[in-house]
Design a protein around this ligand. Structure first.
Ligand code: HAM
Length: 418
């Protein structure tokens, strides 16, 4: 047997209803907040992520599915959508039609991580990005939209964590402060952190190595090093979140594992997920569009992990609805009429099942029972002659006859009240 690749999974029929629920709420919420869908390729040039996600990130350093294609080009299965969304915005000059672009996308991402519950090598994200608006009110609106999304999925006990990582003018001071505070201790940190200290000290906060934590806990906080425009921006974001009545915790450690962030960063943490508890995360990135060859436009967005949202959904969500009816052919000669009845009901908008391979009425009834269909519609010679259908209500066992040309209308009326 050839099995699926480690860290990838089939989404099976029993689970697909939960996925559809998440995708449906995602689209609905995004569209209510003024976002339009965009779909970008899953494969991009490697340099897009090296430049966009950032050379010093774990994603680019260790986790990318990159290879040389048959034409000799270095390509990558996207590990995240943000650089692709920026590329598409720039390449298609979307700015000309959309002075501020609010875009969303749903699809698979690929990271070569160590698989565990909630962490996979192929996973799916809802990705949301806005280009062209620097107003901190937007930061709060994006966070509020994420909160509405999680709430409408019925996911409870979610914590919102926010931070500001500053901008190009105050970040260097903070990086200096980190290096000064670390001093000689750099040598005691893990190899990754020693590399981070040399390339991008902020990334030290991404460290999960237990032995490093006492040193990291003592490091300075980014909020204390913000320049006054960044401090003002963060203040307005918090004020607007307060006005929305959203509860949040400020965590100086929330620097997020990607290099492009400026100012606001945020995550929503779920309580039922164990170690991989980030349901979604995002932030502002005011230089990425320019950095990737576009106009000087600010950006902000977030991505939600669909596997994690599906795991966190309450029980019972997305369970398949029972079919409206199961058509049973009584006697061999009745099959063509039975199939025509199923066809008519399906065309009318009802969910209708029917059997195959000429099985007996008894075994069709067994299947009807097992299918959970609400009604069985029996069509035998008598019914065909009298142009009627015998309807058996599965819940009560009651049977009654209905005129053949009235079945669809009647069933639709009942389906609406069910
Ligand atoms: P991220 O924090 O790397 O951000 O990923 C966002 C979400 O994707 C995570 O909170 C998590 O729910 C899910 N996720 C990430 N890695 C995995 C994995 N290996 N398995 C399952 N789920 C995973 C980004 O990707 C940024 N592009 C977000 C963003 C958009 N920032 C601005 N705009």
């Amino acid at each position: 047997m050839i099995t699926a690749i480690k860290g990838t999974q089939d989404i099976l029929p029993a689970d697909v209803g939960r996925w559809q629920r998440v995708e449906c709420v995602a689209r609905d919420v995004c569209e209510r907040y003024g976002y339009t869908e965009i779909r970008t390729p899953v494969i991009e040039r490697e340099e897009l992520f090296a430049k966009g996600t950032g050379e010093s990130t774990d994603i680019v350093q260790k986790e990318m599915y990159s290879f040389t294609d048959k034409g000799g080009e270095r390509v990558t299965l996207r590990p995240e959508a943000t650089p692709s969304m920026v590329r598409a915005f720039v390449q298609n000059a979307l700015e000309q039609e959309l002075p501020f672009a609010k875009l969303y996308s749903l699809g698979p991402m690929f990271r070569y991580e160590r698989p565990q519950k909630g962490r996979y090598r192929q996973f799916h994200q809802l990705d949301v990005e806005v280009f062209g608006i620097a107003d901190p009110a937007l930061d709060a609106e994006v966070i509020e939209m994420a909160s509405t999304f999680v709430e409408e999925l019925g996911i409870k006990a979610v914590e919102l964590v926010i931070n500001s990582v500053g901008c190009a003018s105050c970040r260097p001071h903070f990086n200096d402060a980190l290096l000064t505070a670390l001093g000689e201790q750099v040598g005691q940190l893990c190899a990754d952190c020693q590399r981070r200290a040399a390339t991008n000290p902020l990334r030290i906060f991404d460290c999960k190595v237990q032995a490093d934590q006492p040193i990291i806990e003592e490091l300075p906080h980014s909020e204390d090093y913000l320049c006054s425009p960044c401090l003002h921006h963060f203040g307005v974001v918090k004020q607007q979140l307060d006005a929305f009545g959203l509860l949040y915790r400020v965590s100086h450690r929330l620097v997020r594992g990607l290099d492009y962030y400026t100012r606001t960063t945020f995550e929503f943490l779920g309580s039922s997920l164990g170690a991989q508890n980030a349901l979604l995360g995002g932030g502002r990135y005011d230089h990425l569009v320019k950095q990737l060859g576009g106009p000087d436009r600010p950006g902000i967005g977030f991505a939600a992990g669909l596997e994690r949202l599906v795991l966190a959904l309450p029980d019972g969500v997305g369970e398949a609805a029972a079919a409206d009816a199961f058509v049973v052919a009584f006697g061999d000669a009745s099959w063509p009429e039975a199939r025509a009845l199923a066809r008519d009901l399906r065309k009318a908008g009802l969910q209708v099942l029917i059997d195959y391979e000429g099985r007996s009425a008894k075994s069709q009834m067994k299947r009807a029972n097992r299918s959970g269909a609400r009604r069985v519609l029996i069509l035998g010679e008598d019914e065909i002659v009298s142009e009627k259908v015998t309807v058996k209500e599965m819940e009560t066992g009651q049977q009654h006859k209905v005129a053949r040309d009235e079945v669809a209308g009647l069933m639709l009326a009942v389906a609406r009240t069910d």
